[in-house]
Design a protein around this ligand. Structure first.
Ligand SMILES: [Zn+2]
Length: 299
């Protein structure tokens, strides 16, 4: 069987919104300044890199980035890249009520439709956190796929709603909390799995307010980790996805851009590797493994 390994570059444009909502730098002009770099400079370096490679990618833009870095985000959309949702101010979905979360979705769907000419098909939860109602709200807003959950890594799956688990309460007899995780019902929402180990940010972005911040990891080491993952996937699967998550904040820096060039050359040297958008991955998965059928990828 011929190999079909679908590689996607997902660009999470955190920029200023990342500092407002997640990184703890909202009161620091210097941290905010780093966000401006991502929106104005880093994003354009990535856009030119993808243009040189001749591939289409998926950009998950906070509403805040669309309204702040209008010229740059418009250039991305006009170049034919897919635009997906990524919150407004990179706010934490767990900290919000469903009403607040829905109001953000409504605003961001409109912003993306206006920017790119069509409503978003995909979503990445800020900081990869899901509220209790996030998946149901996404379906209600017409979102086809998510890229935040991690039940799998290199095969998409249908997101379930109503998953239940029981936290430990040491003030109670163990019989109160000795209960298994219960999976909910499959929905039409397709998950293109996220992975912290295929994300440029945790190892290569210094964040002052984060107690476990890195930022000074050699990109050659990250490149090796990503290549090792790819090699295993390529050897063991005929069909798989290889979704990379990158940020203009991090990958827009020269030493990381060089890593991407080496990695791209390596990946494209393999038969059966295709560089696609996440919308294409979701559509391909729905055709291979219709939700109405019983077939699912063997991981
Ligand atoms: Zn983000």
């Amino acid at each position: 069987m011929a190999k079909e390994i679908l590689v996607s570059y997902g660009v999470d444009v955190d920029a200023v919104a990342g500092w407002l909502g997640s990184y703890g730098g909202e009161d620091s002009p210097c941290d905010i300044s780093r966000g401006v770099f991502a929106g104005r400079v880093g994003s354009m370096r990535l856009l030119r890199m993808f243009e040189k490679w001749g591939i289409r990618t998926t950009w998950f833009m906070p509403g805040h980035s669309i309204e702040t870095f209008r010229e740059q985000m418009k250039a991305v959309a006009d170049a034919g890249h897919e635009v997906g949702m990524h919150g407004y101010s990179h706010e934490n979905p767990i900290a919000m009520t469903p009403v607040q979360e829905e109001a953000i979705f409504d605003k961001c769907v409109d912003l993306i439709a206006e920017l790119s000419g069509k409503p978003p098909r995909g979503y990445v939860a800020p900081w990869w956190e899901f509220g209790s109602k996030t998946n149901e709200l996404l379906l209600k807003k017409g979102i086809k796929y998510d890229h935040s959950l991690m039940h799998n890594d290199h095969h998409p799956y249908y997101v379930t709603v109503g998953d239940q688990w029981t936290k430990i309460d040491y003030s109670q007899h163990p019989s109160a909390w000795m209960k298994p995780y219960v999976s909910g019902e499959e929905t039409d929402l397709i998950e293109i799995p996220a992975s912290w180990y295929l994300d440029d940010l945790p190892p290569m972005m210094f964040i002052k307010a984060s107690p476990n911040s890195h930022g000074f990891v050699n990109p050659h080491d990250i490149e090796q980790m990503w290549r090792d993952q790819f090699d295993w996937v390529y050897e063991n699967y005929d069909y798989a996805v290889f979704p990379l998550t990158i940020h203009p904040d991090v990958s827009g820096k020269p030493h990381v851009l060089q890593m991407h060039q080496r990695l791209f050359d390596y990946l494209k040297g393999h038969d059966g590797v295709r560089f696609v958008t996440m919308e294409e991955i979701a559509g391909d998965f729905a055709r291979r493994f219709p939700k109405s059928g019983s077939a699912r990828p063997q991981s």
